[in-house]
Design a protein around this ligand. Structure first.
Ligand code: SF4
Length: 373
């Protein structure tokens, strides 16, 4: 690529890519530089594409890869996933975050067995009617697994398109999203090459047109990339409008048995934050943890220590967690079943579906000695 393309800021930009030229440029690049050995390819089955696409939402390939491999080993088919208990699915998902994805995947598998004889449907309408499958995920399944001419618009594609065509406005705005879908659809090639193109544009966004430091010098779209020609790559895509997230603060009660080291966990309701996962008993910050312990276990904690607070950020709020570790000499059992609570050894905790902050806290606990324990 001529060096002046990297520095040009005043000359008129070159003509933009057209549907006739865009896909061939990316496909040529893909043949040489694309990723052809991802764990979900081959065999490229609808089920494997679906699982990988759900895992890849908001998560990078390097993180997803070991989870995907374990997941499809445990649940090799859609039928195996549908018949598994939700607990087992959440356990495989534990640490990957955004657990609603796992719940939706499981629920959708059950619906596919019930309504579509166990085969993922082959139309956009039927796919997007399933829990957790949006238009882009459906487009990826249909193009990658069924070879249908369908567009996708994941985060990588949005970044490539906003830069290449200087699309202004935050891509999360409905009008901007609609414009990007129109562009994505126009640029998608015919069925003959759609599967390779879908993988290619995702790869280009993930490995070349990256969020930070895009490698424009080696990008096949550089000769007609409008943002590059204008020297405005860093301005695209426009960031989400800033807003301060509210903060919620809670206590997490780590009740430990002095005898066995077992820890009391409780399972969350199936929907909502961390739905279906096992977590610690949680109290508002102003509540007295020792009182709670007395009221719920009929025992006074023998030792108690408050650990440093830690913050976990969700899309809509920050959760400030204050862990309190309390040791009980006697472990009552009669109250636990009724409240959906259960004592687990630390080793057993690691095999459950638990959220990432609890996993980190448990690792920390193993190195903490409470006086008298
Ligand atoms: S030239 Fe740079 S900004 Fe434009 S699409 Fe390629 S990597 Fe992205």
């Amino acid at each position: 690529m001529p060096a002046d393309l990297l520095t040009c800021t005043t000359a008129a930009p070159p003509p933009a890519w057209t549907p006739d030229t865009f896909a061939p440029a990316i496909l040529n690049w893909f043949a040489q530089h694309g990723r052809h050995d991802l764990p979900w390819q081959p065999p490229t089955t609808p089920y494997r594409v679906w699982v990988s696409e759900i895992m890849l939402q908001q998560t990078q390939v390097a993180v997803v890869t070991p989870y995907f491999t374990r997941f499809v080993t445990q649940f090799p088919t859609l039928a195996a996933l549908a018949s598994a208990p939700l607990d087992a699915v959440l356990q495989q998902w534990s640490g990957l975050g955004y657990y609603a994805r796992a719940r939706h995947l499981h629920r959708a598998a059950q619906l596919v067995v019930k309504q579509h004889c166990g085969e993922l449907p082959t139309t956009l309408e039927q796919l997007t009617a399933l829990p957790g499958i949006g238009r882009s995920t459906a487009g990826a399944i249909l193009s990658l697994a069924y070879g249908q001419r369908q567009a996708i618009l994941d985060g990588n594609v949005k970044r490539v398109l906003t830069r290449c065509f200087t699309v202004t406005g935050w891509p999360g705005e409905p009008a901007v999203t609609a414009h990007l879908w129109t562009l994505a659809d126009q640029l998608t090639p015919s069925a003959a090459t759609v599967a390779a193109y879908t993988q290619a544009i995702m790869d280009l966004g993930a490995t070349c047109c990256t969020r930070a430091k895009p490698d424009c010098a080696h990008c096949p779209l550089a000769p007609r990339c409008q943002a590059l020609a204008l020297g405005q790559v860093a301005d695209y895509p426009a960031p989400r409008p800033r807003r301060d997230l509210p903060v919620r603060a809670v206590q997490w009660l780590v009740l430990r048995s002095a005898d066995t080291g077992a820890i009391l966990l409780q399972q969350r309701p199936p929907s909502g934050i961390w739905g279906g996962l096992w977590t610690l008993p949680e109290l508002p910050l102003e509540f007295d943890a020792a009182q709670w312990c007395l009221a719920h276990t009929a025992s006074q904690p023998d030792h108690s220590v408050t650990l440093a607070p830690r913050r976990h950020t969700f899309t809509h709020f920050h959760l400030d967690i204050w862990p309190i570790v309390m040791t009980l000499n006697t472990v009552p059992t009669q109250f636990t079943a009724a409240a959906g609570q259960q004592w687990f050894s630390v080793d057993d905790c690691q095999t459950l579906g638990i959220p990432a902050p609890l996993r980190r806290l448990l690792a920390e606990l193993s190195s903490i000695t409470i006086s008298g324990n």
